[in-house]
Design a protein. Structure first.
Length: 253
C-alpha cells in the first residue's frame, strides 16, 4: 500500500489508463465539496433533531409530517448547489472506460446532474418518494408537506434507506458483481465504515483489482488499499483523469 499526500502514484495512472472494468464508490465527502452538509457533520442538527432520530421507520410512523419536512428541507439545500469537479471527473471516467459502474451512498442526485448514467444509488434518492402500500415510486417536484400516492391513496415516504432497513438486494448484487470483476476501483470521499458498501473494495482486492482510495483522512481501508491519496476528491480525481486520458472529451453543461 502506498500512502501519499495529494500526489497520484504513477502506477495508479498507468493502471487506470489500461482499465477495462472500472468501479467508483463515492460517499458523503464528495457531496460535501459541493456544499451539501454531511449526514453526521457538525451541522447535523435540524430543529433540535439529530438525523439519526429522523431517518428511521419508527420516526416516520410517529410523525410523518416532521420527517417529510426534514426531507423537503434537504431537497431545498441540494437544489441550491451544483456538481463539483469530482462529479464531473467521475462522469468523464464513464465515457473513457468500456465497463463502468458508479456506486454511490449519496442520495442527492448530483452524479446524475453531472452526466453519470450507470449509477447505483444504493441508499436511495432524495428526489423520489415511494408508496408505503403499493411501492409505487414517483418523482418529487417541489411538493411540501405529506405526499399521498395517486394510485392507491397510500402514504408516500421518502425513497431512501433508513436506519434499520436493508438495502435494495438487486442493487447490492449488481454492485458486488461489478466490484468483484473490476480491475480498478476508486473509493472517494467515504470513511469506509458503513456496511455493506465498505466491503466493496475488498471484493475488488480479492480478485486482484487495484484499489485507489481518495479521502481527506486515513480510514480503515487505508492499510489495505493499493494506494491512498489524501486530499479533496475533486482535485485528485480531476488530476487523475487528466494524467490518464488528457483533457475531458466533453465540456460541462
Amino acid at each position: 500500500m502506498e500512502d501519499t499526500a495529494g500526489r497520484l502514484p504513477d502506477e495508479a495512472v498507468e493502471k487506470l489508463r489500461g482499465s477495462e472494468c472500472l468501479v467508483v464508490l463515492t460517499g458523503a465527502g464528495v457531496s460535501a465539496e459541493s456544499g451539501v452538509p454531511t449526514f453526521r457533520g457538525k451541522d447535523g442538527l435540524w430543529k433540535d433533531h439529530r438525523p439519526e432520530q429522523l431517518a428511521t421507520p419508527q420516526a416516520f410512523e410517529k410523525d410523518p409530517e416532521l420527517v417529510w419536512d426534514w426531507y423537503h428541507w434537504r431537497r431545498s439545500l441540494v437544489r441550491e448547489v451544483s456538481p463539483n469537479p469530482a462529479h464531473y471527473a467521475i462522469a468523464e471516467l464513464e465515457r473513457r472506460v468500456p465497463d463502468f459502474t458508479l456506486i454511490t451512498q449519496n442520495v442527492d442526485g448530483l452524479h446524475l446532474r453531472a452526466g453519470s448514467e450507470n449509477v447505483f444509488q444504493i441508499h436511495g434518492d432524495l428526489h423520489h418518494a415511494r408508496c408505503s402500500e403499493c411501492a409505487a415510486i414517483i418523482a418529487l417536484h417541489g411538493q411540501e408537506g405529506l405526499v399521498t400516492c395517486e394510485l392507491c391513496q397510500g402514504q408516500m415516504r421518502p425513497n431512501v434507506v433508513w436506519f434499520g432497513e436493508s438495502l435494495n438486494v438487486r442493487y447490492l448484487e449488481l454492485a458486488y458483481s461489478a466490484a468483484g470483476r473490476s480491475d480498478f476501483l476508486i473509493v472517494a470521499g467515504t470513511s469506509n465504515v458503513v456496511q455493506p458498501a465498505a466491503s466493496l473494495a475488498y471484493a475488488a482486492l480479492g480478485n486482484g483489482g487495484y484499489v485507489l482510495e481518495v479521502n481527506l483522512d486515513p480510514t480503515s481501508l487505508t492499510g489495505s488499499a493499493s494506494a491512498t491519496v489524501l486530499g479533496k476528491a475533486g482535485e485528485v480525481l480531476e488530476e487523475l483523469v487528466r494524467l490518464a486520458f488528457g483533457e475531458p472529451s466533453e465540456s460541462r453543461v
